[in-house]
Design a protein around this ligand. Structure first.
Ligand code: ADP
Length: 197
């Protein structure tokens, strides 16, 4: 199953609820950190392209320095994506393949729509919430409104996500409501259909 949603919509919360039902969740965010961990081929390739200034003194990736280099430079950003996206895809595929038969495999990926991954899954679940609620929840998590709005503007729109969704989970209510909706999704669309990807 592919699980996505705009930032602050509640995707991670749904991932945790699915995990509580026994799903095995693979996180694209976690993989994108792992592929550039110290000693990785990914980090070596990024340094070969962008130079030592993208390393911290401790030899880890300096995300801020890299971000500054690729921000506002489409060519650099494209080059970075060219390096990282295949590594992320290969690692994601390997982890999804390693999920034992009979367990439900969930790929938690913020940019499912932007990366046109919708056809890779039996089921695409999109989490949505009203914009103001997303901004409030992100603010509680420490992200400023302006920054949150900029991130939201850089992502696909709700309509674009809805267009590829098999299921849309609305998360404009309470966590209890969301949890009940995930319970229903689990029993009707997942356990009921024999799907496991
Ligand atoms: P995403 O992974 O889509 O960015 P999260 O699942 O991390 O979003 O949710 C964003 C924030 O909102 C988190 O702090 C989360 O605990 C909180 N949150 C999620 N759903 C609800 C809800 N229904 N009511 C209140 N807070 C929520």
């Amino acid at each position: 199953m592919g699980l996505t949603g705009g930032i602050g919509a509640g995707k991670s919360t749904v991932a945790a609820l699915l995990e509580a039902h026994g799903a095995v969740v693979t996180s694209a965010d976690e993989i994108s950190r792992d592929v550039v961990s110290p000693g990785s081929d990914g980090l070596a390739a990024v340094v070969a392209e962008f130079g030592d200034e993208v390393l911290t003194p401790a030899g880890t990736l300096d995300r801020r320095a890299l971000g500054n280099l690729v921000f506002a430079d489409d060519l650099s950003r494209a080059r970075l994506e060219e390096i990282l996206l295949p590594l992320i895809a290969a690692e994601a595929w390997a982890r999804m393949e390693a999920v034992p038969a009979g367990r439900v495999a969930v790929y938690d990926v913020p940019l499912l729509v932007e990366g046109q991954m919708q056809d890779l899954f039996d089921l695409v679940v999109v989490v949505e919430a009203d914009l103001e609620l997303r901004l409030e929840r992100l603010a509680e998590r420490g992200m400023e409104r302006e920054k949150a709005l900029a991130r939201i503007a850089s992502q696909a729109t709700d309509d674009e996500r809805r267009a590829v969704a098999d299921i849309v989970l609305s998360n404009s209510g309470s966590i209890d409501q969301l949890s009940a909706d995930v319970d229903r999704l689990w029993s009707t669309r997942i356990m009921g259909s024999g799907t496991n990807v």
